[in-house]
Design a protein around this ligand. Structure first.
Ligand code: ATP
Ligand code: MG
Length: 180
């Protein structure tokens, strides 16, 4: 499985619709300060369901919507879509290619889509459990995160091993059934 593309529109500094294509192997994103490199990582975090505005370096969730510049009006919604090659079916769905889309309107209305079909955030989270992908996964290492892993509490470090070992989904299910 690998990340094939990221498509952004109206997300942070990306007013126009832009598609970043990736291939197998390593891709570096370079550019001057403030040109939007971290915004690309934020887009991936966001489409995977990040709900904590601080993690997205904003004050409110609407701050991810393009807020306009001197010569360009603000936009009314933000949209991010990532496409993963799933030929090896590491994601437990039948599709060879999986596109996850998240949209947010200024009104606060939002939606998630899985291969173009409306779904719940829960469905997306469940699909990514134990894959190492996901907003909590170790596939996105933010600034300061290495520090947190090294100097974190034993329970926090344990979570990382649980995810790597692939037992998070069983723990979640157990907790859910205990609550019922
Ligand atoms: P550095 O090299 O300093 O880390 P960077 O390339 O990672 O820079 P980003 O942090 O990704 O840069 O981009 C910051 C830019 O994004 C700023 O110019 C900021 O104004 C712009 N930006 C963030 N949110 C929005 C928004 N909602 N609307 C318009 N522009 C935005
Ligand atoms: Mg940056």
């Amino acid at each position: 499985m690998y990340l094939k593309s990221i498509e952004v529109q109206g997300f942070k500094s990306f007013a126009n619709r832009i598609r970043f294509d990736f291939h197998e192997g390593i891709t570096g994103i370079v550019g001057p300060n403030g040109s939007g490199k971290s915004n690309v990582a934020d887009a991936v975090r966001w489409v995977l369901g990040e709900q904590r505005v601080k993690q997205l370096r904003g004050g409110t969730m609407q701050d991810v919507i393009f807020s306009g510049t001197e010569n360009r009006r603000a936009l009314s919604y933000a949209s991010v879509a990532i496409t993963l090659n799933n030929a090896d079916h590491r994601l437990p769905v039948e599709y060879e290619e999986v596109t996850v889309t998240r949209k947010l309107y200024r009104s606060g209305e939002s939606e998630y889509l899985l291969n173009g079909t409306s779904c719940r955030l829960k469905d997306i989270n469940e699909m990514f459990y134990d894959t190492g992908i996901g907003k909590e996964g170790y596939s996105i290492i933010g600034q300061g995160q290495i520090d947190r892993i090294l100097s974190g509490k034993p329970e926090e470090r344990r979570e990382l091993f649980d995810e790597a070992a692939g037992i998070v989904k069983f723990k979640r299910r157990k907790n859910l059934s205990l609550k019922k």
